[in-house]
Design a binder for this molecule. Structure first.
Ligand SMILES: Cc1ncc(COP(=O)(O)O)c(C=O)c1O
Length: 394
């Protein structure tokens, strides 16, 4: 059936990214002069570190302004492969790395080259908003698995086993996770690995874009580093946006088995060609400069302090619960005691108290909301006070 506007069936049920829409609404209210506390941001509030910006400026001045190779500039592919080998224990060769316009495009490309109609993709909920849309666009079926708050919103081996069918093609694993901040431990990954390896042909895409942002005792572990068998099944998606405060640069990468990466590169050659050439030189600097570690650590420490502040604020409210997030920069808060749906809650919170939060329904869980602490502490404190006033007014 053709829609009234002549749009394809493919986009008929596609919804706009809820996280981007709420942020846009909050920005529009701010532009009108309203004092909005935005706790909806999905990006660090820091500027990209100076040395990374300087490298891109230098590349521009040097005339790095032309088309580049579709898969990314060779030096960056090499640097990513080296990073994955040394930091993550993933022995990818540079040819197995593709540079894309952010983690988002790597995952989109992957869905297009890996999935056919009828294929099933196991998606632990809550999930990042774009995963189900990408899977659906590729014609595949989303198999949602509801994780439990009591288990830190993490997928268990039993849940994974129950979700498997002969059509299972891909599992999406995001650690540290958006929207929950959950970080899988080595033991938890090993338990999932046993189930994964028992199913021939099941791939796992590990979205590790928040890997640098882990707090307290938590450590980031790459699933593919657990064994050579697992490595063969793993496709790694990541990017520079969150760790290096480079959201607007649009640089991400995908690494995986050669045929998958080759197909993703071919697809990219017909869509976006290559990532902005001088932006890639900035990304190269981020990975190779000795200045980066301290710059990232400074941001991570600040996020860690804000996380504590946020947790303290939320836990002092009687009507709300949340597991402690060990990574990323979000808390996923259970609001079921208020009796409101997540959309009602967020709309009223924005109208009554000018606090922007994202409804959990966008992440597949309607009794929760996502609050981001990627904002300065003064805004966080004000936002928490207003949240408290809102909850008491219900
Ligand atoms: C879990 C997750 N994966 C991937 C991305 C995509 O990041 P980008 O396309 O900015 O690199 C995001 C961005 O919010 C995210 O939260």
């Amino acid at each position: 059936m053709v829609s009234a506007a002549g749009l394809s069936q493919r986009v008929a049920h596609l919804s706009p990214s809820a996280t981007l829409s709420i942020s846009a609404m909050a920005k529009a209210m701010q532009a009108e002069g309203l004092d909005v506390c935005s706790l909806s941001a999905g990006e660090p509030d820091f500027d990209t570190p100076d040395h990374i910006r300087a490298a891109a400026i230098h590349a521009l001045q040097e005339g790095k302004t032309r088309y580049g190779p579709t898969a990314g500039i060779p030096a960056l592919r090499r640097a990513v492969a080296e990073k994955l080998q040394q930091e993550n224990g993933l022995p990818f060769r540079p040819e197995q790395v593709m540079i894309s316009n952010g983690g988002k495009q790597t995952l989109f490309n992957l869905a297009m080259v890996l999935l056919d109609p009828g294929d099933e993709v196991i998606l632990p909920a809550p999930f990042w908003v774009s995963y189900p849309e990408m899977v659906t666009l590729a014609g595949a079926k989303v198999v949602r698995v509801q994780t439990e708050e009591a288990r830190g919103f993490k997928l268990t081996p039993e849940q994974l086993r129950q979700a498997l069918t002969p059509r299972s093609k891909l599992l999406i694993l995001n650690s540290p996770a958006n929207p929950t901040g959950a970080v899988y431990s080595r033991q938890e990954l090993a338990a999932l690995a046993e189930v994964i390896l028992s199913v021939p042909g099941l791939y796992v895409v590990c979205d590790e874009i928040y890997e640098k942002l882990v707090y307290g005792e938590a450590r980031h572990i790459s699933l593919g580093s657990l064994s050579p068998e697992l490595f063969q099944r793993t496709i790694l998606s990541s990017g520079f946006a969150k760790a290096y405060a480079m959201t607007g640069w649009r640089v991400g990468y995908l690494a995986g088995p050669q045929p998958i990466i080759d197909a993703a590169i071919t697809l990219q050659s017909h869509s976006t060609s290559n990532v902005c050439t001088f932006a890639q030189y900035g990304a190269l600097e981020a990975l190779t400069s000795p200045l980066s570690a301290a710059a990232v650590e400074k941001m991570r420490r600040e996020f860690s302090r804000r996380r504590d502040l946020m947790l303290q604020g939320i836990r002092s409210l009687p009507a709300m619960t949340c597991p402690q997030p060990d990574g990323a920069f979000y808390v996923f808060v259970n609001i079921c005691q208020t009796g409101l749906s997540s959309v009602e809650f967020c709309q009223r919170l924005l109208q009554d108290q000018q606090v922007a939060a994202v409804p959990g329904v966008a992440f597949g869980v309607d009794h929760c909301i996502r609050l981001s602490y990627a904002t300065d502490r003064a805004t966080l404190e004000k936002g928490l006070q207003r949240l408290e006033a809102f909850v008491h007014s219900l």
